[in-house]
Design a protein around this ligand. Structure first.
Ligand code: DX5
Ligand code: ZN
Length: 216
């Protein structure tokens, strides 16, 4: 399987969401990565449901929704109705994680779990078989355009071993600071999905950057 590329709309031009969504549709990208921030779990507020509905109107590829919010259970049905195909919650935000993951699946979505940079992989041994995706944060969540944390490579390898050990079908996603300088090593460590925000959208030709990542 070739690597899945998920451009992060957080880095798009919000005054031109239709144009930027169509760019992703026409590119080699596989998914839309949508970052929802509440200003509580992370020190930033991105956008909420009306903006997601606007993106959904134009997007022809799966919506990979990354919730950086406290108490995400409150909004699972809402995100399903807004067309999310993959719904990712944070390990650090869920007291009853197993219940949350089951609820996401019962609403017809794939269930993802994101880990902050400080959260060890070995926390996942009792839940890995229930997950469709683990998102390893390679920056501290909250902002685009930050520098990639080098320890991510070790975490990806450790996660891949855990997945193999438990015979899980879970995919490995990397989010934060992804560029053409770290993509190859991430893939060789076991990454299945690369999220890229500023690398794609700050380029003069975003489609070309997506293609470059896709062909690594
Ligand atoms: C960070 C978000 C990321 C972000 C990535 O909290 O989860 O998805 O948009 O942006 P870049 O690729 O610019 O680090
Ligand atoms: Zn994200």
């Amino acid at each position: 399987m070739s690597v899945i590329i998920a451009p992060s709309i957080l880095a798009a031009d919000f005054a031109n969401l239709e144009r930027d969504s169509k760019m992703v549709n026409n590119s080699d990208a596989d998914w839309f990565h949508i970052d929802i921030m509440d200003g509580v779990f992370v020190p930033n507020i991105s956008f909420g449901m009306p903006v997601l509905a606007a993106i959904q109107k134009h997007a022809t590829k799966p919506l990979d929704v990354h919730l950086m919010i406290v108490d995400p259970d409150r909004y699972i049905e809402t995100f399903a109705s807004l067309g999310a195909k993959i719904l990712t919650v944070h390990f650090e935000a869920c007291d009853h994680l197993h219940r949350t993951i089951q609820k996401i699946k019962s609403c017809g979505m794939k269930a993802g779990l994101a880990l902050n940079p400080h959260t060890p992989i070995n926390n996942l041994s009792s839940i890995i078989q229930d997950l469709d995706l683990v998102c390893i944060m390679s920056v501290n969540p909250g902002f685009g355009g930050q520098s990639f944390i080098q320890n991510t490579y070790n975490k990806v390898k450790e996660l891949k071993n855990l997945i193999i050990h438990h015979k899980s079908a879970c995919l490995v996603e990397i989010d934060g600071g992804v560029t053409d300088t770290n993509a190859a090593q991430l893939i060789s460590c076991g990454a299945d999905i690369l999220v890229a925000g500023s690398y794609v959208f700050s380029a003069e030709n975003p489609e070309e950057k997506i293609k470059l990542l896709k062909e690594i």
